[in-house]
Ligand binder design. Sequence first.
Ligand code: PEP
Ligand code: MG
Length: 316
Amino acid sequence: QAEEYRRDADKPAITTDGVQIEIAANIGNLEDAQKAVELGAEAVGLLRSEFLYLERLNEPSEEEQAEKVGSILEVMGKDRPVIIRTLDVGGDKPLPYLPMPTEENPFLGVRGIRIGIERPSILRRQVRAILSQADKGHARIMYPMISALDELRAVNALVREEQANLGVDNVEVGIMIEVPSAALMADKLAEEVDFFSIGTNDLTQYVLAIDRGHPGLASRADALHPAVLRMIDMTVKAADKAGKWVGVCGGLASQTEAVPVLIGLGVKELSVSVPSLPEVKHKVRSVSMEESKKIAQAALDCADTSDVKALLKSYQ
Ligand code: PEP
Ligand code: MG
């Protein structure tokens, strides 16, 4: 079976009733990018840029950062857009060269874009590095952990300044929707971005108030909880109204049983782990949009995670 999926990896993912879904990869380095192309990725929906630097003891220079981003853009080529997420450390992801003060609740502390806002020179160097390579491929920039409009505006202003400085225009910008306030305010945020990408890992953690790495509780942090699905629904509806598209780059996109729910809710791009690319494409080809919409509506109406799971099982 796996072999059959691999054989079709280069073909598009089109539902039985003719709706194409973009299948993208989550990557952390150049090797992942090469593998993603081999396995049929049509884009990179999430480059976790922090993965490029996790072992560094000091901040890579702008030139070094540019070199890494540039080589990934070249591998993906002009036809495969690459969403480069700005540094997303803090919480569960420490970065040796960026020591953070100890916090009682690091997941609720200075993490993701909050670091970039506190230390704008670091963010600025990264943004410049990305923009300087934009002509090597199709680069998009995404900010993690946006929780309020003022954060988005501050970072957008910084990016615009550097675009002007470098004479680069038309690099699309988007944000992760991974904090409940962002999902709830998606209509306002949508006005100031080109796209959203839903991070179901953090969104689930924050919606359900369950630490995503908690040894005893993490298994209950299930992205198929109807409360999470309702947040996704709300986000897509708000984006649709503003004419913006929504992807999902959290782990839920790689769970094939969730594919009908996500595309039925109107998600246009699934960004999945590299090994699951062929299987997710195959899953999209096996469902219809018409039925997916019905499944999605039924899932939104479920009372609990177990009901959603039972519903999905009945369709497998
Ligand atoms: C997420 O939170 O769902 C996500 C994709 O980002 P990360 O797992 O890197 O926090
Ligand atoms: Mg996240």
